[in-house]
Design a protein around this ligand. Structure first.
Ligand code: TYD
Length: 133
């Protein structure tokens, strides 16, 4: 799987609304060690602005919408997220930014590792040097 690929979750529709589920080892291409979420993001705020050396993630718009900007060091592209039945895979060595959060947006992230500041690359020039090493 490569960064930017969609990860679809099962959907159960009925007259009472929709239900989706995510089962460990089945719907996400890594073992989930951590789940975190962004909420109450003020209008105009940007999140992300870093890459990871090893971490794998699936990023989901649980509610509302936002744009996910991905950059592999040679190409930069934007994926709009506004549905909760799929996520976007973001693998190692991918710079990511999140912007244009709608009011009430919730961004849920499934992650392959516990939080580790040592896995972050927070400077874009360092990221370019890292991917071109
Ligand atoms: P950061 O990853 O920079 O946020 P984002 O990518 O969403 O903009 O994290 C912001 C702060 O939160 C930073 O001080 C580290 C802390 N943090 C944790 O303690 N645990 C976590 O799982 C995450 C994702 C962040």
């Amino acid at each position: 799987m490569k960064s930017g690929d969609r990860v679809e979750f099962p959907q159960v529709h009925d007259s009472r609304g929709n239900l989706s589920f995510i089962e460990a080892g089945r719907h996400v291409p890594f073992e989930i060690r951590r789940v975190y979420y962004l909420y109450d993001v003020p209008g105009g705020a940007e999140r992300g602005g870093h890459a990871h050396k090893a971490l794998q993630q699936v990023i989901i718009a649980m509610s509302g919408s936002f744009d996910l900007v991905l950059d592999d060091g040679s190409r930069r592209w934007t994926v709009g997220l506004n549905r909760s039945h799929y996520g976007i895979y973001v693998g190692p060595n991918t710079w990511r930014e999140m912007e244009n959060f709608s009011s009430g947006a919730v961004c849920l992230v499934l992650a392959s590792e516990f939080y580790d500041e040592g896995d972050y690359i927070r400077d874009y020039d360092d990221f370019r040097a890292w991917v071109n090493r």
